[in-house]
Design a protein around this ligand. Structure first.
Ligand SMILES: [Fe+2]
Length: 299
C-alpha cells in the first residue's frame, strides 16, 4: 500500500494573515513527512513475518503507523479547513447552535481549547458522532487519541510547527487567524457527508422475534398520565437482595416462580416487565405472560 500526497485544498496565497512560507513549510515538512513516514512504515510492515516478529517490533510499527496515518489525515483536513472568509454559513451556524447552544458558545469553546494548547501540542477537532447524531469539540493528542467512529470535519493544528514561523510563541493570535480563514461552506459540505455515516446498528434479539418493548421514558409518561399499567420487576434473585433496591410502587417477582404470581396480575391492564438489562430474563418473562393472554411488554 502506497499513500500519495494530496493537493492542498486551500489556495495558500489567499490566506489572510498566514504566510505562504509557513504553509509551504507545513505542507512539505510536516504533512509530507507524515506521508513519507507512513509509506516507510507500511513497507516494513509488509515485509514483517508476524508469526516470528518480537512484540516490541509489532508494537512500535503499528503505533507509528497509527500516528503517521492520523497525521496525514488530520493535516489534509486542516488544509481543507482553511481558504474561506471565516463567515459562518447559516446552515452550519444552525447546526452548531443546536449542538452547543449557540454559534458563539461553540466558537468560544473551540477557540479556548486552541488557546489552552499553546505551548503544548495536539489537534482541536470538531467531530461528528454518528452514535449521537451530533457534533463535539475534542482534542486529539499525539496525532491519535481521536474518538472511535467520530468523523472530524474541522481541524486546528496546534503543534508549534503550524504557527511559529509567523507567530512565534503567540498561539492565541494564530488561533484567531485560523478562525478568520475557516472555509464555512466547505465545512458544511463535510458535515453533510458525515451525516451519511450510519450510527451503530441497534441490538437485534432475533430469538425474541417481534416482542414489543417500551423505553423507560415511555413508561414514565404512561404513569404520569395516569394510564393504568402494571410494572413488575423480574430481575433475577441475585440482583435484588434488599427491598430498597426496588422502585417505589413496583413489585419484585421472582422470574423463576412465574406460576406462583401470575394469577395476581390483571389481564385488562398492560403489563411492563422490568429486568436488569432488558435482554434475556425480561424478554422471556414477557413472552410467557403474552402466551398466558396478558398484554405484556418488556422495558
Ligand atoms: Fe502540522
Amino acid at each position: 500500500m502506497r499513500y500519495l500526497l494530496k493537493q492542498i485544498h486551500c489556495r495558500p496565497w489567499t490566506l489572510n494573515g498566514l504566510s505562504l512560507k509557513l504553509i509551504e513549510s507545513h505542507y512539505e515538512n510536516n504533512y509530507g513527512g507524515a506521508v513519507r513516514r507512513l509509506n516507510a512504515i507500511s513497507e516494513q510492515l509488509g515485509a514483517l513475518d508476524f508469526a516470528t516478529a518480537p512484540g516490541y517490533v509489532i508494537n512500535g510499527l503499528k503505533r507509528e503507523e497509527l500516528v503517521a496515518m492520523n497525521s496525514m489525515l488530520l493535516h489534509e483536513l486542516y488544509f481543507a479547513s482553511m481558504g474561506g472568509d471565516g463567515q459562518p454559513a447559516k446552515a452550519m451556524a444552525e447546526v452548531l447552535a443546536r449542538d452547543f447552544g449557540s454559534l458563539d458558545r461553540w466558537r468560544a469553546e473551540f477557540r479556548a481549547m486552541g488557546y489552552a494548547l499553546g505551548g503544548g501540542s495536539g489537534w482541536v477537532l470538531l467531530t461528528y458522532l454518528p452514535r449521537e447524531g451530533r457534533l463535539i469539540n475534542q482534542y486529539a493528542s499525539e496525532h491519535s487519541q481521536a474518538i472511535a467512529s467520530g468523523v472530524p470535519i474541522l481541524a486546528l493544528d496546534m503543534y508549534e510547527h503550524a504557527y511559529h514561523i509567523d507567530f512565534g510563541a503567540n498561539a492565541k493570535a494564530y488561533v484567531d487567524t485560523f478562525l478568520r480563514n475557516v472555509d464555512w461552506p466547505a465545512l458544511h459540505k463535510r458535515y453533510e457527508d458525515a451525516l451519511n455515516v450510519q450510527p451503530p446498528r441497534p441490538l437485534v434479539q432475533e430469538e425474541f422475534g417481534d416482542l414489543p418493548g417500551l423505553g423507560v421514558e415511555e413508561v414514565k409518561a404512561m404513569m404520569a398520565a395516569g394510564q393504568p399499567v402494571q410494572v413488575i420487576d423480574v430481575r433475577p434473585r441475585h440482583f435484588v437482595s434488599r427491598q430498597q433496591e426496588i422502585a417505589d410502587g413496583i413489585q419484585w417477582r421472582d422470574p423463576e416462580q412465574l406460576k406462583e404470581w401470575i394469577g395476581e396480575l390483571s389481564k385488562s391492564e398492560p403489563v411492563v416487565v422490568y429486568c436488569a438489562y432488558g435482554f434475556h430474563v425480561g424478554c422471556k418473562t414477557a413472552i410467557a405472560l403474552r402466551e398466558a393472554g396478558f398484554d405484556a411488554r418488556y422495558m
